[in-house]
Design a protein around this ligand. Structure first.
Ligand code: C2E
Ligand code: MG
Ligand code: MG
Length: 395
């Protein structure tokens, strides 16, 4: 690393600031802190690589700071801490994302300092891998970003909630360098979007998925493989033709799904709708990814010919077996999907209780760590065997 990364700690309690500063220093950061409103205002004008922000700051609040930070430090990674409960923190996290900040962790007080330290260390490794998280620049050689030798796909099964059978898998991109380690897809995709190279990433992903599907029996025998596309790809008039050329070599179009998630605002709805409709006319399936986290543009997109709706894991994780009424958002998501004849999938199902709840609420399919984490092709059969054994005990 060329320079020690800098962290700014903002908390109205000085004692907490001191603690977090100490943790940051032990995680390899140079740390400064601010507690008083005027100091905070001054401090956020400075240069740093990470902010740890308390949401309740007395006279001013963390939400206000987020909007200021977002205006001057677009893409700045933040860790949010608060004495409030996790639900409020999740909401604050979403607001931070709307202000174009990058939330790398949310911690409800009291939290373990070890966990905070781990989050900071992981982040300093990301910086170490040569990427400047504060801006759109990629310090690593731009060629490395989409070097086919560093990319591969992991596949996560999606299963029927009724029969437990695998309905398909989702292809998730992985970037791995023998010296630099792994870069998470969220960061990779953000960098690729900033560099306006999403169609290059998509071409590579489609090519790898088609190749894997021809090469591995476990994939060839599955009904469906999903591929994630960026909304930026929905400006690309050539996409339907390229998708047909690359993917149909391995399987007919009705056995491929494109998942669309709103990682960037959809600026122009009409061309996006046109591309989606052309993909659907070509026979591909279309999925609304991360439903429940996007913005109102989704509503306009719902007139597009989607065949599937994936309820975001943030909503699934809030399902509580003890609640009198299940989460109304999940219920309405399922209703929306079914009334538009879509298959509804619950994402991020981690526990047997969550599986039973989404099944009983009417979700057709489930995906998540309970069933299997994303795995490489040769591990798919074993992962599904293990899942079948679990499923027997679930019903
Ligand atoms: P996504 O499309 O919503 O994919 C699901 C993400 O949730 C994956 O993260 C998966 O590993 C994670 N996940 C699955 N089950 C669970 C669970 O039970 N608990 C928890 N906590 N997480 C679970 P991953 O692989 O890190 O990907 C993150 C996001 O990056 C994806 O979210 C997708 O939006 C994007 N992405 C991944 N691959 C590609 C790609 O090839 N192209 C594009 N454009 N985006 C991609
Ligand atoms: Mg997806
Ligand atoms: Mg998703």
């Amino acid at each position: 690393m060329s320079e020690t990364p800098k962290v700014l700690v903002i908390d109205d309690e000085e004692a907490i600031c001191e603690l977090i500063v100490a943790v940051a220093e032990s995680a390899g950061f140079e740390a400064t802190s601010a507690s008083l409103p005027r100091d905070i205002e001054d401090a956020i004008g400075g240069r740093f690589d990470l902010v740890v922000l308390d949401l309740s700051l007395g006279e001013i609040d963390g939400i206000e700071i987020m909007s200021k930070l977002g205006a001057t430090h677009r893409g700045m990674p933040v860790i949010l801490v608060s004495g409030a409960d996790q639900t409020l923190l999740d909401t604050a996290g979403r607001i931070a994302e709307m202000h174009k900040l990058r939330v790398i962790g949310t911690f409800a007080k009291p939290f373990s300092l070890d966990v905070l330290k781990t989050a900071m260390m992981e982040w300093s490794q990301v910086i170490d891998q040569g990427m400047d998280p504060t801006g759109p620049k990629v310090i690593i050689n731009a060629d490395l970003l989409l070097d086919p030798d560093l990319l591969h796909l992991a596949y996560q099964p999606k299963v029927s909630t009724q029969t437990g059978e695998a309905l398909g898998v989702e292809a998730l991109v992985r970037w791995r360098h023998k010296d630099h380690g792994d870069v998470s897809p969220a960061i990779l995709v953000a960098l690729v979007e900033q560099e306006a190279r999403t169609s290059e990433l998509l071409d590579l992903v489609m090519m790898m998925a088609a190749r894997d599907r021809k090469r591995y029996r476990a994939l060839a025998s599955l009904a469906d493989i999903s591929i994630n596309i960026s909304v930026l790809d929905l400006n690309d008039e050539e996409l339907p033709r390229r998708a047909q050329r690359v993917l149909l070599e391995a399987a007919p179009s009705e056995r491929w799904t494109f998942e669309v998630t709103e990682t960037a605002p959809i600026t122009d709805v009409a061309p996006a709708l046109a591309i989606l409709t052309r993909l659907r006319i070509a026979g591909f399936r279309l999925s609304v990814d991360d439903f429940g986290t996007g913005t109102s543009n989704y509503e306009r997109l719902l007139v597009a010919p989607f065949t599937e709706l994936k309820i975001d894991r943030a909503m699934v994780s809030r399902l509580d077996i003890a609640a009198v009424e299940p989460d109304p958002m999940v219920r309405s998501g399922i209703d929306v999907g079914h009334s538009l004849n879509m298959q509804v999938v619950a994402e991020g199902v981690e526990t047997a209780d969550q599986f039973r709840m989404v099944r009983d609420l009417g979700c057709d399919a489930a995906q998540g760590y309970l069933i299997s984490p994303p795995v490489v092709p040769v591990q798919i059969d074993a992962a599904l065997d293990e899942w079948r054994r679990k499923f027997e005990y679930l019903s």
